[in-house]
Design a protein around this ligand. Sequence first.
Ligand SMILES: Nc1ncnc2c1ncn2[C@@H]1O[C@H](COP(=O)(O)OP(=O)(O)O)[C@@H](O)[C@H]1O
Ligand code: SF4
Ligand SMILES: [Mg+2]
Length: 317
Amino acid sequence: MLAVQDLWVRLKPSLGGHPIVRGVGLQLQPGERIAIVGESGSGKSTVALALLGLLPRDVMQQSGSLTLDGEDLSDAGEDDWHTIRGRKVAMVFQDPAGALNPVLTIGEQLVEVYRAHDDRPRAEQRQLAVQQLAAMGFADPDRIIGLYPHQMSGGMKQRAVIAMATALHPGLIVADEPTTALDPSIRAQILALLVQKSEADRSSLVLVTHDLAETVRVAHRIAVFYHGRMVEVGPAERILARSRHPYTRALLNARPQPGQRAGELPVIPGRPPLPSEQFPGCAFAPRCSRAGESCHKTLPELTEIEPNHAYACHFPL
Ligand SMILES: Nc1ncnc2c1ncn2[C@@H]1O[C@H](COP(=O)(O)OP(=O)(O)O)[C@@H](O)[C@H]1O
Ligand code: SF4
Ligand SMILES: [Mg+2]
């Protein structure tokens, strides 16, 4: 189980010290899948990196607590994270090419994952690698194992990355926009693969996406981020059908509708705020058609108002 409490991430004082993530809390049961959505710059990737102990320590400072399977990782150092990553948490990023070593075959890279964590004979590790590639939907894993990344399409590379990330059955998979760089025709397959791995291993999944359509296929819950805060979180179908936060509704309305031409897309008026901007009240107030006086003065706290459904708004829909 993953539990994050009051996570703050700030730039170092010498870089301005402003917060990028502001008091985020998150709990995930084994096998539970959550999607994090929000406009660019809202802090989604920063949260994802924090879950993997990958925040750049020379640039950012974090506070709050992070526990995974009962182990407190709040103060884990780089050496601790080195053994945690792969074994307990897996990462899948937007660019599969960047996650693979161009001079090693997929088989060599996959065997390396097993070799780093157990001392089985190499032939057995190779057999595991073949099985793992088969489980990723590769019909000919014996051929795939000998390919270099440049011999594979983007979708194949992302499947190979997921094979490596999940080889040791981690309890948490963090995927940050895993389909954004891929051809639209294969995005659904990659998402289906992540769901399948999460179900097979009962691992929790955090999917960061800016595509709300993706969330429906994958997530049990949706969390909406704005200006580094979680402003609404609830069951996926509830958020999609009956969101209560005006920002969530604006995001949903900004989705391209079937048959709509480019240029007709509704956009949320105004621009997302920068982390360096300060708001005494609700950070969405300058763009919100429902904003009243209290919105500009008092920060709305994220509160569970309906069962499992929390939102931070003075005048919810
Ligand atoms: N290494 C960094 N140095 C300075 N600012 C950063 C760094 N990484 C992210 N930020 C800032 O933090 C904010 C949130 O970034 P990010 O978490 O990547 O947002 P998202 O993934 O939602 O688009 C952005 O405004 C970005 O400029
Ligand atoms: S708190 Fe006020 S400004 Fe913020 S989303 Fe709700 S109504 Fe809009
Ligand atoms: Mg991002």
